[in-house]
Design a protein. Structure first.
Length: 135
């Protein structure tokens, strides 16, 4: 895999259709797309397992729970940052040790909340998957 030897334009992979591992043009002399070798299809050695709708629902809920935990942590981090900015503003623009300590304490609490939230999401996933097995 290499870039367009002519190095024309912004996208140096355009001459192979943005698929540098598939292109066949070592000198970079073909047209803008050049001959592109189609990917080889390799037969699957085994049949895929049928999808379990119950388990899929559990994993979708888990992804949703993780997203909620991450959003909550992001919002809480924003609150910590806003509180730190107010503290610094209240001390005449100086980040006093008290402001820094408060900010670090706040962020530490956010990390703790995030860890607990993710642990609960994992526990809920485990319970959901166990319910799927018992059906």
């Amino acid at each position: 895999m290499q870039r367009d030897p002519a190095k024309e334009g912004v996208n140096w992979y355009a001459y192979v259709g943005n698929r540098p591992t598939m292109g066949v043009d070592p000198e970079g002399l073909d047209g803008p797309i050049g001959p592109v070798v189609p990917p080889r299809r390799v037969p699957c050695p085994h049949k895929p397992k049928p999808k379990d709708p119950c388990k899929e629902a559990c994993y979708r809920q888990f992804q949703s729970d993780k997203s909620f935990c991450n959003l909550q942590a992001l919002l809480e981090t924003g609150i910590c940052t806003a509180a730190f900015a107010l503290c610094v503003e209240g001390t005449g623009g100086v980040a006093t040790p008290a402001c820094v300590w408060g900010y670090r304490l706040c962020l530490s609490a956010v990390l703790g909340h995030h860890a607990l939230c993710l642990a609960q999401a994992r526990a809920d996933l485990k319970l959901c998957l166990e319910r799927c097995k018992s059906k």
